[in-house]
Design a protein around this ligand. Structure first.
Ligand code: DGJ
Length: 719
């Protein structure tokens, strides 16, 4: 609910309040935290608009702001910069605040909104207008916000900075958790304690990147806040501590190479940012998961069962034929696997990664006809999925020969190749038309049920002949990329899309708006996955995270039962050549698939609660609990090689303290017998279970001496 109380704007979600006060021509953030009752006066929160500091040589903007103009005599980062006639200084002054019906944006933004309020500011120097929106939702505590600059001047202006969110707090320190990494080590957690300094993460790679995910947690004065962006391009997150005792938090698109000219009447809309406040990180996670499922994911797929798949990539790489793929599908179908995904290498003359991207034409000689292959696979009762990498072009391809201008390249300069490929220039409308036509035709004619949409290089040589000013490139690229996704997903409403970017290098809410799943990482080693998956699930729901059981030939060698237990917390599948599996392995897979299907609802959509962090304890795990706490799944993993030599206990979480539960361990091929007992919620959550005896007493020789042991449990309320 959004209310105006005297001079105050009170933006209430279910359990949070954000309060802004108007002081003459400035807006001040006086409160963001636990929900407050409506009062007539919040002046005791205000810094009293002491916006002029007593000393002359220091930060002028002492009040807590939700926007900050470039050049306003402030040390802290500005949130908006407009250049007019060579003047870089702005002074955006508050004009009004009104409840609005909604807003226009060329970018994806939250669905099913509650109320929205728009604050309007005018720059007294350039006369440009800034609008700032705040939206609340009926079912969660997330507040969405973004800004837009409108050229209300008589001549062109250039926007060189436009952050989506800014919040200022009174504090001298903050703890920041970010989810950073590399290819094959995405979203690993980093905790930073900040005092008197400025912290920034960003991406300038043209994708959100594995280096820094836009999801961030900030803890100030004991409150925990989560921030994220509905955006897939270059981004920037700042937490800045002023020695005067102000903490500024900003999130938005990166101003790197941003030089966005607006003619009179034109506007630039920033990506939507989201925030949530809670007393515990676990609640931030829960709220972010709910928000993504209810307001970001395509409603055709939110809360829908995700199929158990087999992907041929790690099993065959480029070395396959249609018959080989069919054999894989046949074996997989006999184990109950529901979908086969044909990965890279089915098109053009692509037998290695050196050619053919952009030639989205069936290599009939290799596949035996894609449609025919899809039909054969479907006749096994399976679904059929297909890999594409639409935003890329190989210099060795028919399409590049015909249209070299489709590639991102600066005229007269040899562009940098990565993995022998260039990015498509999506700022060129012809590229958008080419891709939407060829892909819609391909998906419809083949009858695909699922598409894996890959993106395997970051951007360089950004240039489009279609832009008068290359400072628009990174923004306009995504306007058209999202338009492409909109067209394709509307034309193929029943196709499930999984985004991939060399694994998880573009894992964000902008992409998830169109593609309900993201491949978590090219690192399918179950041990490494524990770190990647824990980091991912702090901000994103498990149904968005592709996670597969891979072959056992990577170090450390983890038993197939533990590989299953670890992968089964995501959108689940297998990724090896199942035609080489022994009968006893096939029997294990069959049992795993059937167990997964039986508990799929909880595994994919149960409320995720972490049990012990992989980053700082040997025993790690998670629970997936139903809303009514009547059912739960739990997984516990010992990340060490010698768990059987240690007395370790663990406790469950998220259950009803007073309820009696039956706990049943998933039968595992490497464990003798079954393990079942009943206990009350309070005991399960406080006393804990003896993991030591579970892996010593029930273990068979083939547990491989308790190395990386794990167990999965189904917990059901019986009274
Ligand atoms: C990178 C992906 O992450 C892999 O799963 C696979 O699809 C390859 N690309 C194919 O080139």
């Amino acid at each position: 609910m959004i209310k105006f109380i005297n001079n105050y704007l009170k933006i209430d979600s279910k359990n949070n309040s954000l309060i802004i006060v108007k002081h003459d021509n400035r807006s001040e953030l006086v409160y963001y935290g636990k929900k407050l009752a409506d009062h007539n006066d919040y002046s005791y929160f205000s810094s009293g608009c002491k916006d002029k500091c007593f000393a002359s040589n220091c930060d002028y903007t002492n009040i807590r702001s939700v926007i900050a103009s470039n050049g306003e005599c402030a040390q802290k980062s500005s949130s908006v910069g407009v250049i007019k006639n060579g003047i870089f200084t702005n002074r955006f002054e508050y004009v009004s605040a009104n409840i609005v019906e909604g807003f226009d944006s060329p970018l994806p933004n939250a669905r099913n909104k509650g109320q929205t309020v728009c604050l309007e500011y005018v720059d007294v120097i350039s006369k440009a207008t800034l609008k700032q929106y705040f939206t609340v939702f009926d079912d969660c505590d997330v507040i969405a916000t973004h800004t837009e600059v409108i050229n209300t001047c008589e001549c062109p202006i250039t926007v060189n900075k436009l952050m989506s969110l800014q919040l200022d707090f009174i504090a001298l320190e903050a703890n920041v958790s970010t989810f950073d990494g590399t290819w094959v080590n995405e979203r690993t957690r980093h905790n930073t304690h900040l005092t008197g300094s400025r912290f920034e993460i960003s991406s300038a790679l043209g994708i959100t990147s594995a280096e820094h995910n836009p999801f961030m947690i900030v803890e100030i004065n004991g409150g925990v806040m989560g921030f994220n962006l509905v955006w897939s391009g270059n981004h920037k997150e700042v937490v800045e501590i002023s020695p005067f005792g102000r903490v500024r938090v900003q999130t938005g698109m990166n101003d790197y190479q941003l030089n966005y000219e607006l003619k009179p009447g034109e506007k630039l809309v920033a990506p939507e940012a989201v925030m949530v406040y809670a007393e515990k990180e676990e609640t931030v996670t829960n709220q972010m998961h709910k928000f993504i499922l209810n307001h970001i994911i395509n409603p055709n797929f939110a809360y829908k069962d995700r199929p158990v798949l087999i992907n041929n990539w790690e099993g065959t790489y480029f070395d396959f034929t249609g018959d080989k793929i069919y054999e894989i599908a046949e074996k997989a179908a006999s184990c109950g696997i529901e979908m086969l995904v044909l990965d890279d290498g089915w098109f053009g003359v692509r037998n290695s990664d050196a050619c053919s991207l952009g030639d989205w034409v069936d290599n009939v000689e290799k596949t035996g006809g894609l449609k025919n292959l899809a039909d054969r696979i479907k006749s096994l009762g399976m679904k059929f999925g297909l890999w594409v990498e639409p935003e890329m072009i190989s210099p060795k391809s028919d399409i590049f020969e015909a249209h070299p201008e489709y590639a991102q390249a600066i005229p007269g300069v040899e562009p940098i190749e990565r993995r022998w490929q260039l990015c498509m220039d999506l700022c060129n409308p012809e590229v958008l038309e080419y891709l939407s036509d060829i892909l819609i035709k391909l998906f419809k004619e083949t009858g695909v049920d699922y598409v894996k949409w890959d993106h395997n290089r970051s951007m360089s040589d950004v240039y489009s002949k279609c832009l008068d000013n290359q400072g628009k490139y990174f923004y306009n690229y995504y306007v058209n990329q999202y338009e492409l996704l909109r067209r394709i997903t509307e034309a193929c409403p029943n196709v499930l899309f999984e985004s991939c970017s060399s694994g998880g290098c573009r894992y964000d809410m902008g992409i998830q708006y169109f593609m309900p799943q993201c491949w978590g990482s090219d690192n399918t080693n179950a041990f490494c996955r524990l770190f990647i998956q824990e980091g991912t699930l702090v901000g994103y729901p498990q149904s968005t995270m592709g996670a597969h059981v891979a072959a056992a030939n990577t170090f450390p060698n983890i038993n197939i039962e533990s590989r299953f237990n670890i992968a089964a917390v995501g959108a689940f599948g297998y990724e090896f050549d199942i035609t080489k599996s022994t009968d006893s392995e096939l029997d294990i897979i069959k049992k795993q698939v059937s167990y997964y299907k039986e508990h799929r609802k909880l595994l994919q959509y149960g409320n995720y609660i972490r049990l012990g962090s992989i980053f700082d304890s040997d025993l790690t795990g998670w629970m997936l609990v139903s809303d009514d706490k009547c059912e739960a799944m739990a997984v516990v993993v010992d990340k060490t090689e010698n768990g059987r030599f240690k007395y370790q206990r663990f406790s469950f979480a998220g259950l009803d303290e007073t309820a009696l539960y039956k706990v049943s361990m998933r039968p595992q091929a490497n464990v003798d017998g079954i393990f079942e007992f009943t206990a009350y919620g309070d005991a399960l959550m406080n006393g804990g279970l003896d993991f030591y005896s579970m892996i010593n007493c029930e273990i068979k020789e083939k547990e491989e001496a308790g190395r990386f042991a794990s167990r999965m449990f189904y917990i059901k309320k019986i009274n």
